[in-house]
Structures are given as C-alpha cells and as structure tokens.
Design a protein around this ligand. Structure first.
Ligand code: 26W
Length: 823
C-alpha cells in the first residue's frame, strides 16, 4: 500500500512546504517565524524522510512477499556523507525543495544544506566505496542490506593549528540525526570471552557450546538508501551497542555508583568510536570486539529473517550473499559456522558448504602493515569457540594442501590460518580466503598483484577463486550533486540518461573539436573553481586566483600516496621562480587535503611540511600570480563534493604497486580534470580508457620498483644526479620552511635521503618533467579543455553501477527486483 496524504507524500513545492511546516510545529516544536537554519534543515529532512517511507516499506514487503536473494554488504565503515541533497536528487524534488525553503525566507537550498552534519563513519577509500556501492545497488534495484557499526563518534574533525593537525572529537549525533530509524525490537545478543564446553544433547549427539562471560546487546538503527528515481529503497543497518543490564541497583544501593553503571559503560564502549587508522593494523582488543559485535548481530539478523519468513536455514545461501569489505568482518566465516553448528545443529560439511557458498571477500590493500593478524591469546580470550572452529577449518584446509603439495611443510606454514612465526597469530586474510567462494581485488593491476605477490600459493591452489572488480563511484553524488553546472550541460547535450547509463557520455567525443562547446565546458569548471576559491578564502584566509591551474591532491595522508613528492616538486617550482628560470610554468594553485591517522607521526609531519612550504610561498611577493599553496582542513565527503568539480589537475602519484585502486582519481576524471599519475591501481585503466595522450604519466612501473628494491636502492644516487632535487633538500635542511629550525623536518629528510621506502627520489625528476608537460599543455586552454572533455566522455566505465553489475553477475548471482507501489 502507499501513503497518499500530500503533506506526507506530495512531491510538489506546496506539499514539501506543508510537510516542513508540520514538522517544525509537531516534530521540532518550533514556529516558522523563530526557526533557525538548523530547524529548517531538520524539518525539510523529516519531510523528505516521509517521502521515502512508502518506498522503504514497499521494498521490504517485496522481499517478504516473494523471497529474493539479497546482498548483505559487511563493512566496518560506511562513509555515506550528507544525506539531504542526495535524497532530494534521487526523489527528483530538488527544485521543489528549493522553492519550498525560499518561502521560509531562506536565500537558497544551499544555505540549508550547509548546516548538515555528515556521519563520518569511515576513514577513506574503503568506507566511501561501500557508500557508493549501497547507492548503486538501490539504483539498480538490487535488494541489499549494508551491515555495519553505528559509531557514536566517527572520524575526527581536523583543525590545523600552527601548521599541525589537531584532532577534535566528531560529535555528529549532537542535536539529533533525522535519517535513522532505531529498531530496538530487532536487537540481538552478542557474547564475548568465557569458555567452551562439550555436552551430549538430548538426542545423544556430542556437541560443543560457548559460555560467554560477557554480553552486549546490539540495537539496529536503519538508514534508508534510496535508488535514483526507482521505488527501491534499500537500507543500511548499523548496530549500536547497549548493556544487557544498564543499571545495577544492588551496586547502587551499596554506594558503588561506578559499579552500578560499569557494565553499561563497558558495553556501550563497543560502538563508541571509529578506529581512525587507514591502513595500519593496531590489533586492539576493542577493535576485534567491534568486528565480532556487528558481524554476529548481522548474521543472527539474517538467519532470523529466514525464520520469520519460514524459510529453512538450509536455504541460507540461496537467500543471502555476504560480501566481506576487506578482512575487518572476516570473523563472519567462523561466526556463521558457529551459528549453524552450535545453534542450528548442522553437520560440519553442510555448515561449511553454506558458508562457502554465501561468503565472498574483497581485498583493498597490499600493505603488510594493513593486513590484520590477531594475537592468538587475545583471540582465544575473546572468542574461544571461534578459535576452536578456526582450528578445525584450518586442519581440514591443510589436509587439502597436503594432498596438493605432498611433503611441502613450508607451504603448509605459509598457508595456515595460524601464523606460527614469532608470537602466534590468526591471519584474517587467510580465514577470509579459505572461507570465501570468491576473492577479488579492486583494480586490474591490484588483483594481479594479489595473485602474484600477496597470495601466490592460494592463487595456485584455487586459480578460479581470484577475480577482479575494478572500483567505481556513483555519478549521482559525484557529478549530478557536486557539479550541477556540468550535469545540466550534459542534460542539454546528450539528454539526462547519462546519470544511470554513463556509457552515454562517449557521445561527447563528437564535440572534441567544437570550440564553442569546449568554451562552455571550460566555463562550468571555472564556476566550480570560483566557488572553491571563495571557500578557501573563508576557511584559510588565503586568496587564490580561479584562473590559475588548480592542482589538487586530496586523500588520506600516507607515505605511499607521496604527498611529500608533490611538496618537493613545489619547492623546485618555487626555486625556479626565485632564480628566474621558471620560463613556461603555468600559474598554479596547489591544493592539498587529507587526514593523518593520529598515531602516524610521519604523516602528521608531512602535513606540517606542506603548511611550512605554504607559509613561505604565500608570503613571498615573487610568487604573486605564479604560485599559491593551500592545505584545506578537515577533508571529508562534503568538502570533496566541492573539490572534484573545481580541479584542473588530479594528483595520483602513489608508488606503483601500492595504491590498490584509488577512487578519487575516478571522480576527478568524470568531472573533467586531467590526471598526473603513475601506473598504479586504477590509474592504469583510467589512462587506457581516456587515452594515453590525455593523461600525464610518469614514474617507475611496479616491476621496475620491484627490481630496484631487489637490486638495492640508494636514494642518494638520484639526489646527486638531480640539481633541482638536491637544491630543494638543501633548502629544507637550512630550515627555510620551518623558520630556521633545521631539526623540525629531520625525520622526513632522514627517511627520504636514507631508506626512502616509497621511492620518492627515484621518481622525482620524471615527475618534474611531467609537471613541465602540464604547464605547457595549460598554455593552450582550448587543447586543455579538449583533453578534459575526453576524460569526462570516456570515464563511464568508472561508474559504480558498472562495478555492481559485475559483482551481481560474476560473484553474487543476484538479479534486480522490481518494487511495485500500488496506491
Ligand atoms: C586495520 C586497519 C585498516 C583500516 C582500513 C584499511 C583499508 C583497507 C584501507 C583503504 O581504505 N584502502 C583503500 O580502499 C579503496 C577502495 O577499494 C582503494 O581505492 C584504495 O586504493 C585503498 O587504499 C586497511 C586497514
């Protein structure tokens, strides 16, 4: 059924206005006359949420009525970003909302959108990919649930003080968040610690069971994920941890007030905060607790949904397909076995068959320090029953390996889930790979390196199990929402179907020599740059000229992403201008953005280094009109929406073989930025598709880096060979960018001139040459716009709709489900 009341469901401006007025009055207890911007944001959000509900409920009803295989996307992170404008776009009522808010005397809808708090429930690439995938699943009408954790505090807010990153707690929930629906009656119990015991059940079967010493409750909070202009509205089910016993009266009565709330505090801590590391496994007990918590709640929830629909649990894999977003939810392999064997009394083989058929695993990084390995004792103390099951899984697996490689003990040690070297540990990537029916990388080169470098033995054992699905990004948020000028130009030029069929963009190629069109295309970029210039001035006080080349590197700060290589190149440009040898350099504004993990000191020093350079360059009159350097604080999804549509040059300069894919690179290309980059991750596929001539390539390939590493790499050789590089280093050593303090950047210099693990020195000269090619190309604006247009025209492949279609057909074997809404 549907809800026809116009105040709740009408999609014209009047109805939206009435809906807002009603929520102001009844939900927020405010009169329009005294409503703040935030009140109006909440009122509009509730009014929009009303208009999602019919689709939201109909989508669930459709599955209840006719069982349909559903995707369960398990991720410790979902970086969903601001929700209001995305829901207005996907409902198709942006204009109506614009008109409605104007009736409250508001300048524009943008003023309302600006006050929205974004849920920072992720660190970077992995979390944002999960969000793009959830939106594409709904837009492609594929039933899906994203299962994760409702962190009370998300990724920290970043402020820059005296050039240093300062972390500030992210209180995203303060004042309430309108986009979630708590469902306490669907809570789940989760155990931790304790012991296991064997017993004989009343049919005389030998069984094992877990006696946890600690429990927590998982309360689900559902967030509707509406597809673009379809009835399908999937959901994100995020678990909040609560105490089984929230107040201990006995403790209170004897005056032990802390004791009275101790258990509550302990349980709630589980979903208190997101771990802010983007690629370094810290192996903290609470992190493993978080992983088991949301995985157990989710699997219990999935089994319960079968039972409530009277579908036998035996048919789990026909009704659910589980995607593990990296190893963070890999405990799912053992937890599903536990639930099927201990709770539903399945025999081992049947339970394993169901698990193997249902689970697939995506790897997002090759960095050794990012591969999760849990200390055996920690694992045993927290999850004793799971360890027993993992031992059994491992035993049976190694039997297979022995058959395949008789007498080869080394390979047994290499493949075992249990790492016996040094302090014993549980290798989660091995558990995921053994338990899954499919393992994929996130770009062609990365998937190849998984087979050649990370898991050669597994790939040799199960070649068909290892596949590739190159990442993608949703064009709804990353073009239509964040670049409305380009979107309306596309609508005019090729109609509006591009937004759900990005391959249509190739029609733009016909316009590559249409200079009027190229001018209009260039003009949309300039509009974005003007907006960003305004934002930069408001945030940092730095005045930048939108007519300069906007050269942008925004992503998490990490040595392998080589923000310091970019910074060194800026010093070289600075020196050329100072020495009067900067003949043909393009006037540039170099923009950085990105957070460093709080414990990652070298990354934090890289931020200080960039700000040190910015201070000197921006204060030097010789640089006026030639060079400006900006570090944009608190880079997140919202800021990203402003940056991708305002960029001429996209910096994708990681050491070849280190960036699994990258997704920012795709967002830039879609919005007509040219890429300067290495043959790493998805850069390879971007260059192949947009055309080698429309991409500024530099740097050593992955195999050249391997050779260099194997044959012994001495960065000093490269410094000596490069006058501009050695001059730049000399200037840093003099303290030129640190007010004369020549100790401040010592650790950075020592790393670069000593071991240089990411080959910054080896790629410097080639990078500088590529930047010269950029400067030269920038001189000819028409030619630049032509290349930019071809990047947009040929970026259709990088839509997350294409990625999701590949997952659906090659891994999940699921089909779309039309959701009928009969009024
Ligand atoms: C255990 C700590 C930890 C936390 C996060 C991660 C993520 C896997 C890191 C991450 O975000 N990887 C990025 O995933 C993107 C989506 O596939 C890729 O585009 C990026 O190249 C990859 O770095 C690893 C380890």
């Amino acid at each position: 059924g549907c809800y026809a009341d116009p105040i709740k469901a009408g999609i014209d401006a009047d109805a939206v206005f009435d809906g807002m007025t009603e929520h102001l009055f009844f939900t927020l207890g405010k009169l329009a006359t005294s409503a703040s911007l935030r009140d109006l944001y909440m009122a509009l959000s509730y009014a929009v949420r009303d208009r999602l509900m019919t689709r939201y409920l109909a989508s669930q009803e459709a599955i209840r009525a006719k069982p349909h295989k559903t995707v369960a996307y398990f991720s410790a992170e979902f970086l969903i970003g601001p929700q209001l404008n995305n829901n207005l776009l996907n409902l198709g009522i942006q204009e109506e909302a614009e008109e409605a808010v104007k009736r409250f005397g508001i300048e524009s809808l943008n003023d309302i959108l600006e006050v929205e708090e974004e849920p920072g429930l992720g660190n970077g690439g992995l979390g944002r990919l999960a969000a793009c995938y959830m939106e594409s699943l709904a837009s492609l009408q594929v039933p899906a649930i994203g299962y994760g954790i409702r962190y009370e505090f998300g990724i920290f807010n970043q402020i820059i003080r005296d050039g240093w990153q300062i972390e500030v707690t992210d209180k995203w929930l303060k004042g309430g968040w309108p986009w979630e629906l708590p469902q306490p009656d669907e809570s789940c119990f989760v155990g931790f610690g304790g012991r296991t015991e064997n017993y004989i059940d009343d049919q005389g079967n030998y069984r094992s069971r877990w006696i946890p010493s600690e429990h927590a409750i998982g309360v689900p909070h559902d967030i509707p994920i509406l597809g673009y202009r379809v009835n399908n509205c999937d959901r994100l089910r995020l678990w909040r941890a609560d105490a089984t016993e929230s107040f201990d009266f006995y403790a209170f009565n004897i005056g032990d007030y802390y004791g009275a709330v101790e258990e509550k505090v302990a349980s709630e801590t589980i979903s208190k905060v997101l771990y802010p590391n983007d690629g370094t496994d810290e192996g903290r007990r609470l992190r493993l607790k978080q992983q088991h918590f949301f995985v157990s709640c989710s699997l219990q929830d999935m089994i319960r949904s079968l039972e409530t629909r009277n579908i036998p649990v035996e048919q789990f894999s026909e009704n659910w397909t589980v995607q593990l977003n990296d190893t963070h939810p890999a405990i799912a392999v053992a937890e599903l076995m536990r639930l099927l064997i201990d709770n539903h009394h399945f025999e081992w083989d049947q339970a394993w068959d169901i698990t193997n058929r249902s689970v697939a695993y995506t790897n997002h990084t090759l960095l050794p320090e990012a591969l999760e390995k849990w200390d055996l004792n920690l694992f045993k103390s927290l999850l004793p029953r799971h360890l027993e099951l993992i031992y059994e899984i491992n035993k049976r697996f190694l039997q297979q390996v022995r058959l395949r490689y008789p007498g080869n003990d080394l390979i047994l040690r290499k493949l075992s889930i249990i790492d016996e070297e040094g302090s014993k540990a549980v290798r989660m990537a091995h558990l995921a790979t053994i338990g899954a029916h499919n393992v994929n990388g996130v770009a062609a080169l990365h998937s190849d390196l998984i087979k050649r470098q990370l898991m050669p033995e597994f790939a040799d054992l199960w070649p068909e199990k290892f596949t590739n699905v190159t990442n993608g990004v949703t064009p709804r948020r990353w073009v239509a929402l964040s670049n409305p000028e380009l979107a309306s130009l596309l609508d005019q030029e090729i109609g509006s179907n591009w937004i759900t069929n990005m391959d249509l963009l190739t029609q733009l190629e016909e316009k590559e020599n249409d200079s009027n069109f190229l001018d209009v295309f260039g003009a949309t970029k300039l509009l974005g740059k003007r907006k960003l210039a305004g934002y930069i001035h408001r945030q940092t006080g730095i005045l930048v000229d939108p007519s300069t080349l906007f050269d942008v590197q925004v992503k998490r700060i990490h040595q392998y992403k080589r923000q310091h290589l970019n910074a060194l190149q800026i010093i070289a440009q600075y020196l050329r201008i100072k020495n009067g040898t900067a003949h043909s350099i393009a006037p540039r504004t170099v923009i950085f953005g990105g957070k460093a993990a709080p414990g990652y000191l070298m990354a934090k020093l890289m931020i200080r280094f960039i700000n040190g350079i910015a201070e000197v360059v921006n204060a030097d009159p010789d640089m006026d009109g030639k060079l400006r350097v900006v570090f944009l604080p608190d880079y997140n999804v919202k800021l990203g929406e402003q940056v991708y549509s305002a960029t001429d040059l996209s910096e994708q300069i990681s050491t070849a073989g280190k960036e699994a894919s990258g997704t920012g690179n795709m967002k830039f290309a879609m919005n007509g930025a040219l890429t300067i980059g290495t043959l790493d991750g998805a850069n390879v596929e971007i260059r192949d598709r947009v055309g080698k001539e429309n991409f500024f390539l530099f740097g050593k390939t992955e195999s050249e880096i391997m050779k260099l590493r194997k044959n012994g790499y001495d960065p000093k050789q490269y410094i000596e060979k490069s006058p501009e590089l050695s001059e730049a280093i000399r200037l840093i050593e003099l303290g030129h960018f640190s007010n004369g303090d020549n100790e401040l950047f010592r650790p950075l210099l020592n790393s670069l001139t000593g071991y240089d693990p990411f080959f910054v020195m080896a790629d410097f000269d080639d990078y500088l040459l590529a930047q010269d090619r950029v400067s030269k190309a920038w001189q000819n604006h028409k030619e630049w716009n032509r290349m930019a247009l071809l990047n947009t025209a040929r970026s259709g492949f990088f839509s997350s709709d294409r990625s999701i279609r590949e997952y659906c057909s090659s891994i999940w074997k699921v089909n779309p489900l039309e959701v009928e809404i009969t009024c």
